[in-house]
Design a protein around this ligand. Structure first.
Ligand code: MLT
Ligand code: ZN
Length: 464
């Protein structure tokens, strides 16, 4: 039996796509930078079908690339050429919220926005949020240990994962979904698979911790003089705002691009070199007009007081209602889309020690211009984690050289070459800038033990 026939037997003929037109949406990433031809696209509906697919691929020695919502930014979920593309989109089962545990079990194909809505209906929330929420899937978020805008408050995906179900390359199913609060029974395979970028196993279901649902939110967009001043503002916010849950940064050029793309008005009468977005979340109900002894502090009151006492603030505008908050967040959250609309970006996602952030940001234009003088570098990021998203437009022809120059700058400043997007294919070559030879050798031994034929996501994460 051919591999295609075995795959059809596993998932049904209609879920094996061989026609180039049907495969096309799966073969190019969201930025348009990474593209490759898949042998076929397979769409199983559950763990048992994933196991059958992997057994069939293993029997044939066929490499497999795993895809969730195809929102990844490092080329880890699209084929390099000739792989079977395993789409987990149909693993979309969302179990009822377990109130006693404050947790939920979700299929790998559940979209982040769906998970958030589900948790909120039960009076809880999910701790990770990011702009691609309507398309990004739980499996991809776990596989890349995604971060997003609330890491400050709840940590990244790793902090939410308490169990997984996964299928190894030979079809073996590992199920550990109880998510016990205390469980010291050996190696934590759920955490090993979190952030492994589909190189060790295929995640099919995950057990996720939920967090309290914010009763009130307050957002501020703040104009500041630069990166150093944004960090000064962050220091005040961290000290004064126990309710702080997001602290983001973008710059004048990025804001101008967003305004043009989304036809947004200027947030302030004057332009500023940099902008911070702060978000506070109160979990207690709002105080009534008459006052209530049990009601907590309104996060807006706290936020306004902190802003008034922060010398770095040049201008600020705030919102508490949902439309107003969305209006302020749009200046930051639309950056990815606005950059994509302007061209195919070379995207780099790095983390540096906070003290090094102003120096690295200042050095970026010259670093990029040294490779591609005509390129345009748009930077934004998660201020609290000193996580920068460096987007270089007009450098597609010299993508490798730009990547090399920027990642070397980051490594020289003791940073990480991947903060939250993962290594993928885009940065595998540069892994030695962030990991020692001994660490990479240990990772290879783990890979060899779980996927000896190297069939899962070849070329992703570990340098060839
Ligand atoms: C962001 O924080 O905006 C995302 O990580 C996406 C991106 O970097 O484009
Ligand atoms: Zn980000």
């Amino acid at each position: 039996m051919s591999l295609e026939a075995a795959l059809r037997a596993a998932v049904g003929a209609s879920q094996v796509l061989v026609d180039p037109e049907l495969r096309a949406p799966y073969e190019t990433d969201f930025t348009g930078r990474f593209t490759g031809t898949a042998r076929c696209v397979v769409r199983p509906a559950g763990t048992a079908e994933v196991a059958e697919v992997l057994r069939a691929c293993a029997a044939e020695g066929a490499p497999v690339v795993i895809q969730g919502g195809n929102t990844g930014l490092v080329g880890g979920g699209v084929p390099a050429g000739g792989e079977v593309l395993l789409s987990l989109a149909r693993l979309a089962e969302l179990e009822p919220v377990d109130q006693a545990a404050g947790a939920v079990t979700a299929g790998a194909g559940v979209r982040l926005a769906g998970l958030q809505a589900h948790a909120r209906t039960a009076g809880l929330d999910f701790g990770v949020d990011l702009a691609a929420r309507s398309a990004a899937t739980v499996g991809g978020l776990v596989a890349t240990n995604a971060g997003g805008i609330h890491v400050l408050r709840h940590g990244s995906m790793r902090s939410q994962v308490t169990g997984v179900e996964a299928v190894l390359a030979d079809g073996t199913v590992l199920t550990r979904l109880a998510g016990l609060a205390k469980d010291n029974t050996g190696y934590d395979l759920s955490q090993l698979l979190t952030g492994s970028e589909g190189t060790l196993a295929v995640l099919t279901r995950v057990r996720l911790r939920l967090v309290p649902l914010a009763a009130q939110l307050a957002v501020a967009l703040v104009g500041v003089a630069g990166t150093k001043e944004a960090l000064d503002l962050l220091a005040v916010a961290r000290q004064r705002l126990p309710s702080l849950q997001a602290a983001e940064i973008c710059y004048a050029d990025g804001l101008a691009l967003v305004r043009e793309h989304n036809r947004l008005p200027a947030p302030f009468r004057e332009l500023h070199p940099a902008y911070a977005v702060l978000e506070c979340a109160g979990t207690s109900p709002a105080a009534s007009a008459a006052g209530s002894a049990s009601a907590g502090t309104d996060p807006m009151d706290e936020l306004l007081e902190a802003l008034a006492d922060a010398p770095a603030v040049l201008d600020a505008t705030v919102a508490a209602d949902s439309a107003g908050r969305a209006r302020l967040w749009a200046y930051r959250e639309s950056l990815t889309e606005a950059v994509n609309a302007a061209g195919v970006p070379v995207k780099l996602d790095v983390c540096v020690p906070p003290g090094a952030l102003p120096g690295v940001v200042a050095a970026l234009p010259e670093t990029v211009a040294g490779v591609e003088p005509a390129a345009r570098t748009i930077v934004w990021g998660h201020l609290n984690e000193a996580n920068l998203h460096i987007n270089v437009l007009g450098a597609q022809q010299r993508a490798e050289q730009v990547t090399e120059a920027v990642l070397r700058l980051v490594a020289a400043n003791e940073g990480s070459i991947s903060s939250e997007h993962g290594v993928g294919r885009a940065k595998a070559r540069w892994l030695p800038l962030s990991r020692s030879p001994a660490e990479i050798a240990a990772m290879r031994r783990i890979k060899q033990a779980l996927d000896p034929a190297g069939l899962l996501n070849p070329g992703v994460l570990l340098p060839a």
